[in-house]
Design a protein. Sequence first.
Length: 624
Amino acid sequence: MDIIDIGIIISYVLITVGVGVWISKRASKGLDEYFLGGKSIKWYYLGLSNGSGMFDVSGTAWMVGILFLYGVKSFLFMWLWPIWNQIFVMMFLAVWIRRSKVMTGSEWILTRFGNDKAGRASHIIVAIFAIVSAIGFIAYFFEGVGKFLTIILPWDLTTYIFGTEIFTSDQAYALIIIFLTTIYTIKGGMFSVVATEVLQYLIMVIAGILVAGYTLIYFTDIQITSLISEEWKNIWFGWELQPHWGEKYQAFNNLIDTEGYKMFGALVGMSLFKGFFASIAGPTPSYDLQRILSTKSVKEAAYMSGFTNLILFIPRYLLIGGIVVIALVVLAPEMNNASLTGADLEVILPKVINFHVPVGIKGLLLAGLLAAFMSTFSAFVNAGPAYIVNDIYKKYFKPNADSKHYIKASHIASFLIVLLGVVMGFFGNSINSLTLWITSSLFGGYVAANFLKWVWWRFNGWGYFWGMLAGLVVATLQFILDQNKGNLTEGSWLYELLNMSAIYLFPIIFSFSLLGCLLGTYLTKPTDEAVLKSFYTNVRPWGWWKPVYLKLKEEDSNYIKNNDFWPDMLNCVIGIVWQSSMIVLPIFFLIRDYPKTFVSLVVFLGTSLILKYTWLDKVNKITD
């Protein structure tokens, strides 16, 4: 690496850590300031922070790989998360969540199920889920940033003690970056996280623009169009994927056949099935939920969620699309060999940066990707400990301590979360395996209970507890077996099940969780009527709430229920198209398909105008 690039990276790290530590003084007043910024941070800063937190390096490396191999329709792979849960949050869930006026997602659960035994059981299980998911995501980041830095940086940091390898080079790099990020995150809480993430977002945007500009200047239309087929540029699909590459690049077609997504229609169908329930279930108890709870008002929660969608996708895909264009031109010929595997896709991003990006831009791009890692990592390190300290330690063990005590407890909890995430990261096989476990298995256990909590009055705390517990147990068992499937007998039903793509395991995990929900609900008494009436009056969700609504109607003949299900669903459909246009627009632009770029731009502007009238005007009328 050139001294200029190294200087840029070192300067970025020092500035980020310095800003995080400098602003940390504001977090010392109490838990509300530490975890929510005292609900005093402006909504657009929270939106930039939220978008920055979603711009992670592991996810970026994964998206580069799938766009390279599958072409433009790879944006549908994003539905595995599903990314359009952010649209559902924007349209109605942010408003529902913020009306609770609480600190964490598990504390919010008490407003739905009450503070009796059933309510406390549901409260504890969602706190456990939040902690497990935070640990899982830290493992995911650990795996990604280590692979990324090992290829980029020239030094081999493999560590030996008495001739025994303790850390590989990628593990050592990951530990260093995690240590630096943990310093300011633990010290400063939400204030430090938001301040550094706004800075990191700006760096990522600059990096994306520079990479995109470089590809537009240094690569011709002919160089790009001669490599990619019409199918590669086509967003439409059938039941089975058609060949994306010409005969010259048959190795890539072969890789598509072996990656498990050949039956693309089934993948999209499963993603839609999962996505609908997962999106209404709402954000998991992690950093994006914390951003909603950190806003000053209900109206600002909606603004923040909409702004997050607006500022995230175009800059991110300028960066991803630019990297893929470089990879298509300079890496595709050398990668075209018979031994190509999915692991080769995960290292496209660092290989492009290492060998094919000019001095200066390389340093800024590396700083941008380090910013992507550090912002997402710090967001989870801030969110996860809130559940340990506020929802477990403070509530059940030390309810009357002073603020300084709880801040110290938060520091210890943050350290423990990071430590457990790193330990789990040592056992992760790949970015892809951790991605699929988090999106399909872990979230599969979350969806059923959190979908029902919004829409069904009879669903109670015990139903929530057993539904979440069933999902967590099955997801954890799946992860353990998956890490040890090499020891299973080839051809056995368990071996075949574990070699199935994780997205197809989602219905199994969802079914176990749903069964737990229904049994737990029907074998125990309903939630106290006063709790249900309070929740329904405060949050005002739609769904199957007729008995509660009729009770309230008896008390107040002017009481009006929420009839916005169909308008909200229509807005969500429009929002998904709007979001998708922001993904494909920079891709089409960078691969020089100008007619499709124009169509994407028209769709983006048209859906933006529609949402101005159907969503924004409605939000402007909200009163807390």
